[in-house]
Ligand binder design. Sequence first.
Ligand code: AKG
Length: 270
Amino acid sequence: MKVTTAEWETGELTPESLLAAQLNLKIKGYVIIEDVFDEAQLTALKARFNELLNAYVEKTDPNRGASRYGMPLPFESPFASTTLVANPIILQVIRSILGEDIICSFFASDTALSGSQYQQAHSDVAPLFPEDDISLPPFCYVVNIPLVDFRPDNGPTEIWPYGTHLVGDPRVVPIPDFTRIQELRESALGRFTEEEMTPQQVITPAGSVVIRDIRMWHRGTPNRSQDPRPMMAMVYNRPWYNHGVVEIAGDQFEILPSEVKQVFRKAVLR
Ligand SMILES: O=C(O)CCC(=O)C(=O)O
Protein backbone atom coordinates (compact mmCIF):
# COMPACT_ATOMS: atom_id res chain seq x y z
CA MET A 1 0.00 0.00 0.00
CA LYS A 2 1.07 3.55 -0.61
CA VAL A 3 1.15 6.19 2.09
CA THR A 4 0.17 9.72 1.03
CA THR A 5 2.39 12.75 1.61
CA ALA A 6 -0.18 14.10 4.05
CA GLU A 7 -0.07 10.83 6.01
CA TRP A 8 3.75 10.87 6.18
CA GLU A 9 3.63 14.49 7.34
CA THR A 10 1.15 13.85 10.13
CA GLY A 11 2.68 10.44 10.92
CA GLU A 12 -0.79 8.96 10.81
CA LEU A 13 -2.75 6.92 8.28
CA THR A 14 -6.31 7.99 7.54
CA PRO A 15 -8.99 5.67 8.99
CA GLU A 16 -9.54 4.16 5.49
CA SER A 17 -5.83 3.41 4.94
CA LEU A 18 -5.49 2.03 8.45
CA LEU A 19 -8.42 -0.30 7.85
CA ALA A 20 -6.84 -1.48 4.59
CA ALA A 21 -3.60 -2.32 6.44
CA GLN A 22 -5.53 -4.13 9.17
CA LEU A 23 -7.52 -6.20 6.66
CA ASN A 24 -4.30 -7.22 4.91
CA LEU A 25 -2.66 -8.24 8.18
CA LYS A 26 -5.62 -10.01 9.68
CA ILE A 27 -6.82 -11.83 6.56
CA LYS A 28 -3.75 -12.26 4.34
CA GLY A 29 -1.25 -12.23 7.20
CA TYR A 30 0.93 -9.47 5.74
CA VAL A 31 0.99 -5.97 4.31
CA ILE A 32 3.62 -4.13 2.27
CA ILE A 33 4.10 -0.40 2.81
CA GLU A 34 5.95 1.23 -0.06
CA ASP A 35 8.52 4.05 -0.11
CA VAL A 36 9.21 4.19 3.62
CA PHE A 37 12.95 4.87 3.21
CA ASP A 38 14.55 7.19 0.69
CA GLU A 39 17.71 6.65 -1.35
CA ALA A 40 20.00 8.52 1.08
CA GLN A 41 18.87 6.45 4.07
CA LEU A 42 19.13 3.22 2.08
CA THR A 43 22.63 4.05 0.92
CA ALA A 44 23.78 4.59 4.51
CA LEU A 45 22.07 1.39 5.70
CA LYS A 46 23.53 -0.70 2.88
CA ALA A 47 27.07 0.63 3.31
CA ARG A 48 27.24 -0.22 7.03
CA PHE A 49 25.35 -3.47 6.52
CA ASN A 50 27.84 -4.68 3.92
CA GLU A 51 30.78 -3.97 6.26
CA LEU A 52 29.13 -5.95 9.05
CA LEU A 53 28.09 -8.79 6.74
CA ASN A 54 31.57 -9.20 5.26
CA ALA A 55 33.08 -9.43 8.75
CA TYR A 56 30.35 -11.83 9.90
CA VAL A 57 30.67 -14.17 6.92
CA GLU A 58 34.43 -14.25 7.44
CA LYS A 59 34.08 -15.75 10.92
CA THR A 60 30.70 -17.52 10.89
CA ASP A 61 29.26 -20.56 9.12
CA PRO A 62 25.92 -20.14 7.31
CA ASN A 63 23.19 -20.58 9.94
CA ARG A 64 19.91 -20.52 7.98
CA GLY A 65 20.78 -23.04 5.26
CA ALA A 66 23.62 -23.03 2.72
CA SER A 67 24.92 -19.55 1.81
CA ARG A 68 22.32 -17.94 4.08
CA TYR A 69 22.91 -15.88 7.22
CA GLY A 70 20.81 -14.66 10.11
CA MET A 71 22.99 -11.86 11.51
CA PRO A 72 22.26 -9.76 14.63
CA LEU A 73 22.49 -6.02 14.08
CA PRO A 74 24.05 -3.54 16.49
CA PHE A 75 21.53 -1.08 17.91
CA GLU A 76 23.37 1.96 16.62
CA SER A 77 23.44 4.36 13.68
CA PRO A 78 22.36 4.04 10.89
CA PHE A 79 20.07 1.16 11.90
CA ALA A 80 18.71 2.60 15.13
CA SER A 81 17.14 5.73 13.68
CA THR A 82 13.66 6.63 14.92
CA THR A 83 12.19 6.44 11.40
CA LEU A 84 13.38 2.86 11.27
CA VAL A 85 12.84 1.42 14.76
CA ALA A 86 9.82 3.50 15.81
CA ASN A 87 8.38 4.62 12.51
CA PRO A 88 5.06 6.33 13.36
CA ILE A 89 3.13 4.76 10.47
CA ILE A 90 4.47 1.25 11.03
CA LEU A 91 3.83 1.46 14.75
CA GLN A 92 0.36 2.92 14.20
CA VAL A 93 -0.54 -0.11 12.09
CA ILE A 94 0.92 -2.62 14.56
CA ARG A 95 -0.54 -0.90 17.63
CA SER A 96 -3.96 -0.74 16.03
CA ILE A 97 -4.01 -4.55 16.22
CA LEU A 98 -1.74 -5.49 19.14
CA GLY A 99 -2.72 -2.59 21.41
CA GLU A 100 -0.82 0.56 22.40
CA ASP A 101 1.77 -1.22 24.53
CA ILE A 102 4.18 -3.02 22.22
CA ILE A 103 7.78 -4.13 22.64
CA CYS A 104 10.50 -4.65 20.05
CA SER A 105 12.19 -7.94 20.98
CA PHE A 106 14.36 -8.74 17.97
CA PHE A 107 16.76 -6.65 15.91
CA ALA A 108 18.62 -8.59 13.24
CA SER A 109 18.81 -9.44 9.54
CA ASP A 110 18.50 -12.23 6.97
CA THR A 111 20.79 -12.41 3.96
CA ALA A 112 20.64 -14.85 1.05
CA LEU A 113 24.04 -14.97 -0.60
CA SER A 114 24.57 -16.00 -4.19
CA GLY A 115 23.99 -19.76 -4.38
CA SER A 116 21.55 -20.01 -1.46
CA GLN A 117 18.80 -22.60 -1.90
CA TYR A 118 15.18 -23.07 -0.84
CA GLN A 119 14.43 -23.25 2.86
CA GLN A 120 11.47 -25.35 3.97
CA ALA A 121 8.21 -23.48 4.51
CA HIS A 122 8.06 -22.49 8.16
CA SER A 123 6.33 -20.44 10.79
CA ASP A 124 8.79 -18.48 12.92
CA VAL A 125 7.07 -19.64 16.11
CA ALA A 126 5.36 -22.75 17.46
CA PRO A 127 1.69 -22.47 18.49
CA LEU A 128 1.39 -20.73 21.88
CA PHE A 129 -1.02 -23.34 23.25
CA PRO A 130 0.15 -26.65 21.79
CA GLU A 131 -2.31 -28.66 23.93
CA ASP A 132 -5.21 -27.27 21.91
CA ASP A 133 -5.91 -26.77 18.22
CA ILE A 134 -6.72 -23.11 18.68
CA SER A 135 -6.50 -20.13 16.35
CA LEU A 136 -5.33 -17.11 18.35
CA PRO A 137 -5.56 -13.39 17.68
CA PRO A 138 -2.32 -11.71 16.51
CA PHE A 139 0.32 -11.19 19.20
CA CYS A 140 3.49 -10.58 17.24
CA TYR A 141 4.54 -9.02 13.94
CA VAL A 142 7.80 -9.21 12.01
CA VAL A 143 8.92 -6.06 10.20
CA ASN A 144 11.18 -6.89 7.27
CA ILE A 145 13.09 -4.17 5.45
CA PRO A 146 14.57 -5.23 2.09
CA LEU A 147 17.87 -3.38 1.60
CA VAL A 148 17.93 -4.19 -2.14
CA ASP A 149 15.10 -4.63 -4.62
CA PHE A 150 13.56 -8.08 -4.19
CA ARG A 151 13.45 -9.63 -7.67
CA PRO A 152 12.50 -13.12 -8.86
CA ASP A 153 16.18 -13.97 -9.43
CA ASN A 154 17.81 -12.74 -6.21
CA GLY A 155 16.08 -14.90 -3.59
CA PRO A 156 12.94 -13.00 -2.57
CA THR A 157 11.11 -14.34 0.47
CA GLU A 158 8.20 -16.60 -0.43
CA ILE A 159 5.02 -16.52 1.66
CA TRP A 160 1.86 -18.60 2.11
CA PRO A 161 -0.74 -15.90 2.87
CA TYR A 162 -4.51 -16.08 3.51
CA GLY A 163 -4.62 -18.22 6.59
CA THR A 164 -1.43 -20.07 7.48
CA HIS A 165 -0.97 -17.57 10.34
CA LEU A 166 -4.22 -18.80 11.84
CA VAL A 167 -3.36 -22.50 12.01
CA GLY A 168 -3.06 -23.47 15.68
CA ASP A 169 -2.64 -27.24 15.49
CA PRO A 170 0.99 -27.98 16.45
CA ARG A 171 0.92 -31.19 14.36
CA VAL A 172 0.60 -29.15 11.17
CA VAL A 173 2.58 -26.01 11.90
CA PRO A 174 6.04 -26.31 10.29
CA ILE A 175 8.76 -25.19 12.68
CA PRO A 176 12.16 -24.32 11.17
CA ASP A 177 15.15 -26.56 11.52
CA PHE A 178 17.78 -25.33 9.12
CA THR A 179 19.97 -28.36 9.73
CA ARG A 180 17.29 -30.61 8.15
CA ILE A 181 15.95 -28.50 5.29
CA GLN A 182 15.81 -31.25 2.66
CA GLU A 183 14.34 -33.81 5.03
CA LEU A 184 11.61 -31.38 6.09
CA ARG A 185 10.86 -30.39 2.49
CA GLU A 186 10.32 -34.07 1.73
CA SER A 187 8.11 -34.70 4.79
CA ALA A 188 4.32 -34.95 4.33
CA LEU A 189 3.88 -31.37 5.55
CA GLY A 190 6.76 -30.14 3.38
CA ARG A 191 5.32 -31.79 0.28
CA PHE A 192 1.87 -30.42 1.10
CA THR A 193 3.14 -26.82 1.32
CA GLU A 194 5.05 -27.10 -1.93
CA GLU A 195 2.72 -29.25 -4.03
CA GLU A 196 -0.76 -28.40 -2.83
CA MET A 197 -0.46 -24.78 -1.83
CA THR A 198 0.79 -21.91 -3.95
CA PRO A 199 3.34 -19.64 -2.34
CA GLN A 200 3.74 -16.04 -3.41
CA GLN A 201 7.07 -14.29 -3.98
CA VAL A 202 7.53 -11.00 -2.17
CA ILE A 203 8.64 -8.81 -5.07
CA THR A 204 9.12 -5.33 -3.71
CA PRO A 205 11.64 -2.51 -4.06
CA ALA A 206 14.26 -1.56 -1.50
CA GLY A 207 12.83 1.12 0.75
CA SER A 208 9.55 -0.69 1.30
CA VAL A 209 8.55 -2.46 4.50
CA VAL A 210 6.89 -5.85 4.83
CA ILE A 211 4.90 -6.36 8.03
CA ARG A 212 3.93 -10.00 8.51
CA ASP A 213 2.26 -12.04 11.20
CA ILE A 214 5.13 -14.00 12.74
CA ARG A 215 3.07 -17.19 12.34
CA MET A 216 2.57 -16.88 8.56
CA TRP A 217 4.41 -19.65 6.72
CA HIS A 218 7.25 -18.44 4.53
CA ARG A 219 10.73 -19.41 3.34
CA GLY A 220 13.91 -18.12 1.74
CA THR A 221 14.39 -18.93 -1.95
CA PRO A 222 17.48 -19.42 -4.14
CA ASN A 223 19.54 -16.34 -4.87
CA ARG A 224 20.60 -16.88 -8.49
CA SER A 225 22.20 -13.45 -8.82
CA GLN A 226 25.79 -12.59 -8.00
CA ASP A 227 24.97 -10.14 -5.20
CA PRO A 228 23.77 -10.67 -1.64
CA ARG A 229 20.07 -10.13 -0.91
CA PRO A 230 20.01 -8.49 2.55
CA MET A 231 16.94 -7.71 4.64
CA MET A 232 16.58 -6.25 8.13
CA ALA A 233 14.27 -8.08 10.53
CA MET A 234 12.61 -6.64 13.62
CA VAL A 235 9.92 -8.17 15.80
CA TYR A 236 7.21 -6.21 17.66
CA ASN A 237 4.93 -7.98 20.08
CA ARG A 238 2.44 -7.63 22.89
CA PRO A 239 4.42 -6.91 26.09
CA TRP A 240 3.85 -10.33 27.68
CA TYR A 241 5.44 -12.14 24.73
CA ASN A 242 9.15 -12.00 23.97
CA HIS A 243 10.67 -13.28 20.78
CA GLY A 244 14.21 -12.51 21.89
CA VAL A 245 16.34 -9.89 23.53
CA VAL A 246 17.61 -6.65 22.03
CA GLU A 247 20.91 -5.42 23.46
CA ILE A 248 21.55 -1.69 23.64
CA ALA A 249 24.54 0.19 25.03
CA GLY A 250 23.44 1.98 28.23
CA ASP A 251 24.67 5.41 27.10
CA GLN A 252 22.97 4.93 23.73
CA PHE A 253 19.67 4.04 25.41
CA GLU A 254 19.77 7.17 27.60
CA ILE A 255 19.76 9.51 24.60
CA LEU A 256 16.96 7.77 22.70
CA PRO A 257 13.75 9.75 22.14
CA SER A 258 11.01 8.75 24.60
CA GLU A 259 8.90 7.03 21.91
CA VAL A 260 11.85 4.76 21.07
CA LYS A 261 12.69 4.11 24.74
CA GLN A 262 9.10 3.00 25.32
CA VAL A 263 9.26 0.33 22.61
CA PHE A 264 12.73 -0.86 23.70
CA ARG A 265 12.19 -0.64 27.43
CA LYS A 266 12.76 -4.38 27.85
CA ALA A 267 16.10 -4.25 26.05
CA VAL A 268 19.12 -5.50 27.96
CA LEU A 269 21.48 -2.58 28.60
CA ARG A 270 25.17 -3.30 28.51
O1 AKG B 1 15.57 -14.40 4.00
C1 AKG B 1 14.43 -14.74 3.71
O2 AKG B 1 13.86 -14.41 2.67
C2 AKG B 1 13.66 -15.59 4.68
C3 AKG B 1 14.55 -16.18 5.74
C4 AKG B 1 13.82 -16.92 6.78
O3 AKG B 1 12.62 -17.05 6.78
C5 AKG B 1 14.57 -17.49 7.90
O4 AKG B 1 15.80 -17.61 7.80
O5 AKG B 1 13.93 -17.88 8.90
